[in-house]
Ligand binder design. Structure first.
Ligand SMILES: [Zn+2]
Length: 180
């Protein structure tokens, strides 16, 4: 699971935060669709699943992935919603019945790609406020991450995976420029 998020960031050549949602969508040939502005197309893609989704949902049509989302006033929430859909796509949840476990996994995936732990640690972004500003997430999401960071710091649970070592190297310039 943690590997999936690290691989996602490595394979997409992400080396800066906040994660550029639109760039990820473009380089994977996915499509973002605002529901309120594309109701006809979206409903055709949803094929009767109109009532089964809340903030966002991914539909596959002829091999293309369409991420449909509802209009938000809160940018942080929008970013988390789309990253959650990245999780469903990456973890191969599509075309399976959604369940609680998949939702939890997609949320964890979103937190990990939006707020990669090794990067926030190296930037010394130890508080929810600094994490929120560094990663472009809501204060609520950043608060959970800050709590998790404290636990990992106490256990000194970093760089046990070669993927994490590789990822922090990919962010080297960013970390240099963004140390708190
Ligand atoms: Zn979901």
């Amino acid at each position: 699971m943690r590997d999936a998020a690290w691989l996602f960031l490595l394979n997409n050549n992400v080396c800066r935060l906040p994660l550029d949602i639109e760039q990820i969508v473009a380089q994977n040939d996915w499509v973002l669709l605002l529901y309120e502005e594309n109701i006809k197309v979206a409903n055709a893609l949803l094929k009767g699943r109109q009532d089964t989704w809340q903030d966002g949902v991914t539909c596959v049509y002829k091999g293309f992935k369409f991420i449909i989302y509802r209009k938000f006033t809160n940018l942080g929430r929008w970013r988390f919603t789309i990253a959650h859909e990245f999780g469903h796509i990456t973890l191969l949840h599509l075309n399976k019945l959604s369940n609680e476990e998949y939702e939890r996994e997609a949320n964890m995936f979103a937190a990990r790609v939006l707020m990669p732990m090794c990067v926030i640690k190296e930037c010394k972004a130890y508080t929810a406020v600094t994490i929120a500003s560094l990663c472009g997430v809501s204060l609520t999401a950043a608060t959970f991450r800050a709590e998790r960071l404290q636990i990992l710091l106490k256990r000194n649970k970093f760089y046990t995976s070669a993927l994490e070592v590789k990822l922090v190297k990919q962010f080297k310039m960013f970390i240099k420029e963004n140390k708190f």
